[in-house]
Design a protein around this ligand. Structure first.
Ligand code: HEC
Ligand code: HEC
Ligand code: HEC
Ligand code: HEC
Length: 512
């Protein structure tokens, strides 16, 4: 439905964009806008898949006319080389915001939910870290100036009590017009909020309509003592109330898919918002901004870090889109101008992670090898335990980059962060491996093992029972490499690079 509705609007939008760019370039655009005839809201939409900080996994990696190289050092010319983008995190977002504010003026920042947690369920090993990470995200969202937020289903991963505690400290309002307490039937959040941006008053209505099968949704809400009321009815009441108040721009902030949001817009008819912002695109890669009737729809794209849109507020009060961009934050180009408070908050978070400790019983449970159905043990031997029988492979491995992956983390003080440890070690949070970053080198004694670095069993599978028992290993295939050389941390990794990994000065292993 979006395609046919959206199409006629596109050429107009291009023209408008061209006009604005031309005017802005000549310096007249600003004057016209300032004259107050047409006004603009500049909207930044965030939510879901928030990266706390850059990894540095792509640092030193360049592409030269399609070929991938590691920079030899600062002296080597990179004039023809394109740097592979290094995905940025919150500090980079703060730098982008500062630059964009300097260029464009005030920004309206809203978050469409799934802000707090990376998944729907935390294991007992992860709860403490998830909680601390969510605290950081709430704090930093406030520091960066988020003005409204609608909860997503993932935000309830640690339960409603944790949610309330976390958001209780937020500097921004939580809006959800259709969530009520199961017992009191009263709303748990305010249905809407009116904020100011660029001289405009903007009314924002929150709707919780996550793309979950209805059973899962009912189960989740029941677990947390919540109920949802009819989203369309709640939206209609709140949106028309805001219109009645005479706000300049009426915005729907929906934790919903773009499809559900489209359906809602059409259902609302005359009560439809000027702008609808939603959390999920249903079809990855589909155009994600479109005109639905008179409503400008903007959905969070799966691959971008944030969405940026300029929305013109016309005389007839209906909005039209002037510019729409999906932004990927590149750590290489966003080093300057990072917010110091944001950077400091992340430093505190990293320090706190070092102090987080799991229950000893949880640690012991995970770190003891499993008894498999076949009667052998599943667990790790670590590289030291392989070297005696496979000295050739051991010496090749020792000279390989994998054998230094932990050192890489240590250099930047990131070896306590579970988000990094997973791929720069072996056996992290796997049976017979190690449960906590600080136990990467298990204390001396009977079970003393060293899990630091990418090791033999990262590729060949846990081999405690080897060689006595056959079939415990796994032959390394491209997919094995991709568990770590994934789209985010090593986007240019492919079959060619895998095949080349046995050649060159630092091969990854040796065949027999
Ligand atoms: C999903 C797995 C994965 C995670 C998680 C991960 N890394 Fe990496 N990291 C890699 C891979 C794979 C490489 C090698 C990339 C390449 O060669 O292009 C790498 C390389 C690096 C390098 C560059 C090494 C060099 O000298 O070229 C640094 C620095 C680094 N990672 C730091 C981190 C930090 C800090 C974190 C946590 C915030 C992290 N990594 C999380 C997989 C990961
Ligand atoms: C006590 C000696 C011994 C130790 C220790 C040992 N291996 Fe082996 N490994 C062998 C023997 C013998 C074979 C060949 C016989 C076979 O195919 O079962 C073999 C075969 C292999 C193979 C090729 C066949 C397969 O199973 O995939 C790999 C890979 C391997 N070992 C990896 C490891 C790793 C990794 C470790 C350390 C975790 C390790 N080995 C520890 C003796 C050992
Ligand atoms: C457990 C995670 C993990 C797995 C599995 C893994 N790697 Fe890596 N790999 C890394 C990390 C981390 C680095 C960066 C090490 C550093 O420099 O600190 C790296 C670096 C490399 C490098 C050197 C940088 C480059 O790309 O030129 C090569 C080559 C490489 N890996 C190939 C492979 C291949 C091939 C496989 C699969 C057979 C594989 N890796 C499996 C984590 C992994
Ligand atoms: C980054 C992944 C990776 C790491 C780390 C690694 N290997 Fe390998 N290893 C491979 C791959 C890939 C092969 C080739 C398998 C093939 O050709 O089918 C291989 C081959 C082998 C073989 C020969 C198997 C055969 O059938 O030819 C042995 C034995 C072996 N590795 C043991 C080890 C030991 C011991 C270590 C640690 C000291 C280690 N590997 C580290 C990926 C790795």
């Amino acid at each position: 439905m979006r395609g046919s509705d959206g199409l006629p609007a596109r050429p107009r939008r291009r023209l408008a964009l061209l006009l604005v760019l031309t005017l802005a370039a000549s310096g007249i655009g600003v004057a016209i806008l300032a004259a107050g005839k047409t006004r603009e809201a500049r909207i930044v939409l965030t939510g879901a898949r928030t990266r706390v900080r850059k990894c540095g996994c792509q640092e030193g990696r360049t592409t030269v006319s399609g070929e991938i190289q590691i920079e030899a050092g600062p002296t080597k010319s990179t004039s023809t080389a394109l740097l592979v983008p290094e995905p940025g995190g919150l500090p980079e977002r703060s730098a982008w915001l500062a630059r964009t504010r300097a260029r464009e003026g005030e920004l309206l920042q809203v978050d469409a939910g799934d802000l707090l947690f990376p998944g729907a369920e935390a294991s007992p090993l992860e709860r403490g870290e998830w909680r601390r990470r969510a605290e950081l995200l709430v704090e930093v969202s406030g520091l960066m100036g988020v003005q409204a937020y609608v909860p997503g289903e993932l935000d309830l991963a640690l339960g409603r009590k944790a949610f309330d505690e976390l958001l209780g400290r937020a500097r921004f309002p939580v809006v959800a017009a259709n969530l009520v307490d199961a017992t009191t039937k009263k709303r748990v959040f305010s249905p809407s909020v009116v904020v100011r941006t660029s001289g405009l008053s903007v009314g924002i209505v929150g709707i919780f309509d996550p793309p979950l099968p209805s059973d899962d949704r009912a189960q989740l809400l029941a677990r947390e003592g919540l109920e949802e009321t009819d989203a369309a009815a709640a939206a209609r009441v709140e949106l028309s109330a805001l219109r009645g108040e005479g706000v300049d721009l009426v915005v729907l902030l929906a934790h919903a898919s773009d499809e559900a949001t489209c359906a809602l817009i059409h259902f609302l008819g005359d009560d439809a918002p000027d702008v609808a912002l939603c959390a999920h695109e249903a079809k990855p890669g589909a155009p994600i901004s479109a005109l639905e009737g008179d409503t400008m729809l903007i959905a969070r794209s799966g691959s971008a870090d944030l969405e940026f849109a300029r929305v013109r507020v016309g005389r007839r009060r209906r909005a039209s889109n002037v510019l729409r961009e999906s932004i990927r934050l590149d750590a290489r180009t966003l080093r300057e101008g990072q917010d110091r408070e944001v950077v400091r908050a992340i430093e505190r978070y990293k320090d706190d992670l070092k102090g987080l400790a799991l229950e000893p019983a949880v640690v012991a449970g995970l770190e003891s090898p499993l008894h498999s159905a076949g009667g052998f043990l599943i667990g790790y031997r670590t590289a030291e335990g392989c070297a005696s029988c496979h000295p050739r492979q051991a010496s090749v491995w020792r000279a390989s980059p994998h054998a230094h992956a932990w050192e890489t983390l240590e250099k930047a003080g990131n070896h306590a962060d579970p988000e990094c440890v997973r791929c720069h070690s072996v056996g992290f949070r796997l049976p017979g491996g190690f449960a906590e970053a600080r136990r990467a080198r298990r204390p001396a004694g009977a079970g003393s093992l060293d899990f630091r670095n990418v090791q033999c069993e990262s590729c060949h599978g846990p081999r405690l029972a080897h060689p006595e028992t056959k079939g415990v290993g796994r032959p390394p295939i491209l997919q094995t490499c991709r568990e770590c050389h994934d789209a985010e941390h090593d986007p240019s990794f492919d079959e060619r690079r895998r095949a080349a990994a046995f050649d060159g000065p630092r091969p990854i292993c040796a065949r027999d």
